[in-house]
Ligand binder design. Structure first.
Ligand SMILES: [Zn+2]
Length: 180
């Protein structure tokens, strides 16, 4: 009797394992942008976008293609392929600072944190607030408290980190994701 039960349990266990591994093969594995290597980002991002997104670079003021640009549409994160929406043209304004500026981010689109570079300089609590994409955690720019009402925010974002898609059009991925 004891042997019978053990055999039944063993068979159930094996069956369960087989069905689990089959399910894993069929189910698409969610791609985690936050866990990708430097080599991955180097292989999918163009030089300027790589510098901004992965090295927290800042493009020279007035140099970005989206600085003086006010067409209607949506701005997506260039760093994770151009299909994750961050800002809309409704909140874009001319800050005269030299970078594309928005008064609000789309809900849940970005992460705000004290700029780590300022922390290294000992400017804790006095430094800038860095803006990261919430999907890939790439650097996008900074946010300041001198924006227009009602938010009073100025999201200063590098053009290289943004992909603009005109109103009524769908975003297109700029690179293929390798599923691992
Ligand atoms: Zn992103």
């Amino acid at each position: 009797m004891r042997f019978k039960i053990s055999t039944t349990l063993l068979i159930s266990f094996i069956t369960m394992n087989v069905s689990l591994s089959t399910a894993e093969e069929i189910k698409p594995i969610a791609f985690d942008y936050k866990k990708q290597s430097t080599e991955f980002w180097n292989s999918v991002l163009a030089g300027e976008t790589y510098e901004v997104c992965r090295n927290a670079g800042t493009e020279p003021p007035g140099s970005g293609k989206l600085n003086n640009f006010y067409d209607e549409g949506i701005y997506y994160c260039s760093c994770c392929g151009g299909d994750f929406p961050l800002y809309t043209s409704n909140t874009k304004f001319d800050s005269k600072k030299g970078w594309p500026s928005f008064s609000a981010s789309l809900p849940g689109a970005v992460i705000e944190r004290p700029d780590p570079t300022d922390q290294i300089k000992g400017l804790v609590g006095m430094g800038k607030t860095e803006i990261l994409c919430s999907r890939c955690e790439s650097h996008l720019g900074h946010v300041f408290n001198d924006g227009p009402k009602p938010t009073g925010k100025r999201y200063s974002i590098n053009s290289a980190a943004l992909t603009f898609v005109p109103k009524g059009q769908q975003p297109k991925r700029s690179y293929e994701i390798i599923r691992k």
